[in-house]
Design a protein around this ligand. Structure first.
Ligand code: PEP
Ligand code: MG
Length: 581
């Protein structure tokens, strides 16, 4: 969820698999529809060929081969014959024909009960989605002329869709899947847009054009509300906007507690726009730049110069040119086809993701490291500082390996005479094993950044994107608080810089506890910085320690939440609208 309230017009992004197009073509439309399909097919084929060339060059022939397979599916005579016949004989739109085709194949392959065929089905689905994207208006809401602002409703929102939506006035996001830390929610929060995820069945209840209310504080969504309800929410929405404006005014004030303790409030960013938002919201730097979004939203695979350019621009736009760049964190809920993720894993979050995947593609990884070191060189010339952060570190061996690879990238650049700078190297602490054995790893890293989104899901054995287990995936669970308290204590004792960059760092209740544990560096969605600054200004170290002590005595997540709600109501009652349940 992302806090706040908004009222707007629903804009539903239907997955082709969920909701087929039911329109029947008129006689005179058939030829044009066939031509539309041919154009989409040519464009999709061009995408695939470009991808194949680039992946072959930068990752390897084996990884690129999948795109040749996809192109052969696209060109397959039976595939094309069926689509054309349904457009002509049954008057289906090309979208609807694709939907029917996918249904047919799914039915056929599910009877086969064969792993190989299931994988082929994934390839067909991939091709259909690519074709469908070229055919549809999915990412062109402006062409629908809906009254602004829009509330986007989707099954799940892909990062590339969110980027495309950047052009329209989106004031709310509702998704059927996902939870507090799924990437759609994170992106919504980074933009300060109210959002609710995990709303089962919402796609059946709402149609594009309906008035819809998103209440990100309580996690409610109301479709076609009564006029009195709508009026009440419009009032709340005005208060929410007013509060945000008021708090944004404190952006030039330092982040200091009521008893004068200085805090480092950093931003989590995914894009250049976020870097600018970080500055606008008064962050003192970027604590987490998720580079995977560069790959996920890039039409092709970004090469070293493209990456260098992107990182350079992000560093230049970030507050104080102070940026912690995290290497590619693909896998789990974020996949790119050219990195071997076209086949579904049984347990993607515990599988081949993140640093594990980077190790398997050393040349590809090396390209990213070189681009970061070059951007670091330029940052240093302008008085900035770049750090490198590695995700999903589980063992000491991984840190040693990473250090070796960074050294190698530096040596190469030095030999080539390219300007660069070596940088501090940090581990993301998001695997419980690393938290338990942290003392063994600490000497080998320059800093630690706690990825609490993943740490919580792994510790609680509860998928961060599955609404059915979201009652377990809770950062305020006693077990989570204990492990965090311990990790922070170990780092403080060793004088190792530590930041928390998971979503909890910017949430009022957990912020108070983390501060009480001795944490001084917090990285969060830019939009949350003003409210955390405000809470800090009403909080002393002693008060936070006392609140922590009491919270650590409580035995359940629910009682901890209740207690913290009470305390926050006392400390900063004006911020109620910006909290979530
Ligand atoms: C985390 O896991 O807490 C984190 C910050 O990384 P991400 O949300 O990108 O997995
Ligand atoms: Mg993570």
């Amino acid at each position: 969820m992302s806090p706040g309230v908004s009222v707007g017009t629903a804009y539903c992004i239907h997955e082709i698999f969920v909701n087929p197009d039911t329109k029947r073509l008129e006689d005179r439309e058939i030829t044009a529809e066939l031509a539309r399909y041919e154009t989409a097919r040519d464009r999709a084929a061009a995408d695939l060929r470009a991808l194949q060339r680039k992946v072959a060059r930068q990752v390897g022939e084996a990884e690129a081969a999948i795109f040749a397979v996809h192109e052969s599916i696209l060109r397959d005579a039976a595939f094309t014959r069926k689509i054309r016949a349904w457009i002509v004989d049954d008057r289906l739109t090309a979208q609807a024909a694709l939907h029917r085709l996918l249904e047919q194949y799914t039915e056929l392959f599910s009877r086969a009960n064969d792993g190989y065929l299931k994988e082929r089905l994934n390839d067909i689905r991939d091709v259909v989605v690519r074709l469908s994207a070229h055919l549809s208006d999915v990412l062109k809401p402006e062409s629908l002329a809906l009254p602004s602002p829009l509330i986007v409703v989707a099954d799940e929102l892909l990062p590339s869709q969110v980027v495309a939506l950047g052009k329209v006035d989106v004031r709310g996001i509702v998704t059927q899947t996902g939870s507090q830390t799924s990437h759609a929610a994170i992106i919504a929060r980074s933009r300060g847009i109210p959002a609710v995820s995990g709303v089962r069945g919402i796609m059946r209840q709402v149609t594009t054009g309906d008035t819809i209310i998103v209440d990100g504080r309580e996690g409610h969504v109301l479709v076609k509300p009564d006029p009195e309800v709508e009026a009440a929410y419009r009032k709340l929405e005005r208060e929410f906007v007013h509060l945000k404006d008021e708090l944004a005014a404190n952006r030039d004030h330092p982040a200091v507690t009521s008893d004068g303790v200085h805090l480092e409030l950093l931003a989590n960013i995914n894009s250049l726009a976020d870097a600018k938002a970080a500055r606008a919201m008064g962050a003192s730097g970027v604590g987490l730049y998720r580079t995977e979004y560069l790959y996920l939203t890039h039409p092709n695979i970004p090469d070293e110069d493209e990456q260098f350019e992107a990182y350079r621009k992000i560093v230049a736009a970030s507050p104080n040119r102070n940026v912690t760049i995290r290497t590619l964190d693909i896998g789990g809920d974020k996949t790119v086809p050219y990195l071997g993720h076209h086949y579904q894993e049984a347990n993607p979050f515990m599988g081949w993701r993140s640093i594990r995947l980077s190790f398997e593609h050393p040349e590809f990884f090396n390209t990213q490291l070189r681009a970061v070191l070059r951007a670091a060189g330029e940052a240093r010339q302008h008085g900035g500082s770049v750090r490198l952060l590695f995700p999903m570190i589980t063992t000491l061996e991984e840190i040693r390996r990473v250090r070796g690879m960074v050294r190698r990238a530096g040596t190469q650049l030095a030999e080539e005479g390219k300007p660069f700078a070596m940088v501090p190297i940090g581990m993301m602490l998001e695997v419980p094993a690393a938290a338990v054995a942290l003392d063994l790893m600490l000497d080998s890293v320059d800093f630690v950044s706690v990825g609490s989104n993943d740490l919580v899901q792994y510790l609680m054995a509860a998928d961060r994107d599955n609404p059915k287990v979201s009652h377990l995936c809770q950062p305020l669970a006693p077990a989570v608080l204990r492990i965090l308290h311990n990790v922070i204590r170990i780092c403080l004792r060793a004088q190792k810089p530590i930041t928390v960059c998971g979503e909890m760092a910017g949430q009022p209740k957990s912020f108070v506890l983390l501060f009480g544990m001795g944490l001084r560096s917090f990285s969060m969605s830019p939009a949350l910085i003003p409210s955390v600054k405000e809470i800090a200004s009403h909080l002393s170290e002693l008060a936070a320690r006392q609140i922590l002590q009491e919270a650590m005595r409580l035995k359940t997540t629910a009682s901890i939440k209740r207690y913290l709600d009470q305390q926050l109501g006392r400390i900063a009652p004006n911020l109620k609208l910006l909290d979530t349940v």
